[in-house]
Design a protein around this ligand. Structure first.
Ligand SMILES: Nc1ncnc2c1ncn2[C@@H]1O[C@H](COP(=O)(O)OP(=O)(O)OP(=O)(O)O)[C@@H](O)[C@H]1O
Ligand SMILES: [Mg+2]
Length: 406
């Protein structure tokens, strides 16, 4: 066998081992990159990682070179890194000649680049970024075989990451907007006291889709009512943006609800004698800075239905009007209590698709449901049992509403 092929296989094998031994994503990427750089005798290497923020800027995640790259970033589509990330096609500059990409040659963070290989880096369907190998340590050019190894390496590293869910990048929570500590809720009927919430602790992060799941009667709606400022805990602390509301008076709670929380329930609670637009305009008069009713209907895919009365609309359409009504106050959080329980499969998906878009645009969503399948769309799933939080799971791979089947 050709010695260069043997060498390539050895490099791949070593890098794959390094990745499978790793305990964290950081370790996997660092060990993988070091191994290939060693095998290709490259001078420098950088893993550029899409930061997942708006714009998906590519930032250096790990690098082997003497220059500090902390302040570097790339725009998708621009420069070799951005182009490779966007096109998912490798760029190979085995040696640079006159006329090659001038940005890469001259300005790469002060490194005098003479040869470069830049390959896409993805795990399964998720595009993570790209990996750049720069300059041979001895000043010679990269060989075509080495370029193949680098490409194959990035592919295998991505597959190894895809196989090992634990190594996939963690979902990063936004800042905490709601903090619930040791919350209990008891109901007194005559001499009997029912303990419904028995010490709940929960943080809700900005922009997340949190699903509350649990058997009938476990306290989901009771908890949601406290989070939404419709009820007080018997004991414990409930903070929104650092402000304590556990013992707040009615006026303060009403203001909290009005300014921050949109509600959606199983029943649509639309006024039957008002059309869709009028149902929304009823809210507009109650809140500061309301959204335009026609715009809110457009967001829920009901443009043109402004003058329809509830009786003329399907359950899914009525529920979308009630979502539009929740949007009217431009809430930072939407709390939805079994919003699809009364709907058939197709209309449920319509409603969930609308919610998915609203979440993607930055609204935090807390949804109570019995439907396990909806959990696949969530960032986090909180399972409640008998007044307590039983388990919290983070979804590393979120499904789209249209992927759900039941
Ligand atoms: N105002 C109240 N007075 C007395 N008991 C109440 C009150 N509100 C709720 N409960 C009791 O608290 C328990 C939890 O109710 P909750 O509505 O929170 O359950 P849930 O998890 O939302 O159930 P479901 O899935 O059926 O909607 C139930 O046993 C219920 O009877
Ligand atoms: Mg309930």
């Amino acid at each position: 066998m050709d010695p260069s092929v043997v060498k390539a296989y050895r490099a791949l094998h070593e890098a794959q081992n390094a990745i499978s031994r790793a305990q964290t994503l950081d370790e996997a990427l660092q060990e993988g990159l070091k191994t290939i750089i060693g095998n290709c005798a490259a001078e420098s290497g950088v893993i550029w990682y899409a930061d997942g923020q708006a714009g998906n800027a590519l930032r250096p995640f790990f690098w082997v070179c003497s220059t500090d790259l902390t302040s570097c970033s790339h725009v998708p589509g621009e420069g070799s890194v951005g182009r490779v990330f966007q096109s998912q096609r490798a760029e190979r500059y085995l040696t640079f000649t006159e006329g090659d990409d001038p940005w890469t040659v001259r300005d790469f963070a002060g490194i005098d680049v003479t040869a470069m290989i830049c390959v896409p880096f993805s795990a399964g369907e998720r595009e993570l970024g790209c990996i750049q190998f720069i300059n041979k340590a001895d000043g010679s050019a990269f060989t075509a075989e080495e370029a193949d190894v680098c490409e194959m390496m990035a592919l295998l590293a991505g597959m190894a990451l895809d196989d090992n869910e634990n190594l996939l990048p963690m979902w990063k929570p936004g800042r905490t907007i709601i903090e619930v500590r040791d919350v209990t809720r008891e109901f007194q009927n005559g001499d009997t006291v029912t303990k419904v919430l028995k010490g709940v602790n929960l943080d809700v992060y900005e922009g997340e889709f949190l699903v509350l799941l649990g058997e009938s009667g476990c306290g989901k709606s009771t908890l949601l009512n406290i989070l939404g400022g419709m009820d007080h805990p018997t004991s414990g602390s409930f903070k929104y943006m650092g402000q304590e509301f556990a013992n707040a008076d009615q006026k303060t709670l009403t203001e909290y609800r009005r300014d921050n929380v949109g509600f959606i329930f199983q029943s649509y609670n639309l006024m039957p004698n008002l059309n869709a637009q009028q149902n929304l305009e009823l809210i507009a008069s109650l809140v500061p800075n309301p959204m335009d009713a026609v715009e809110a209907l457009r967001i829920v895919n009901l443009a043109g239905r402004e003058h329809n009365y509830p009786s003329m609309m399907s359950g899914g359409q009525q529920q979308r009007v009630s979502i539009a009504r929740a949007l009217m106050k431009r809430p930072s959080i939407i709390m939805a209590d079994e919003p699809t329980a009364a709907l058939d499969y197709t209309t449920s998906i319509e409603v969930l698709s609308v919610m998915e878009r609203i979440i993607a645009e930055g609204t935090t969503m807390i949804m109570v449901t019995h439907n396990e399948e909806i959990c696949r769309m969530a960032d986090r799933v909180v399972r409640m049992r008998n007044g307590r939080m039983d388990e919290v799971t983070v979804n590393r791979r979120k499904a789209h509403a249209t992927d759900l089947v039941w």
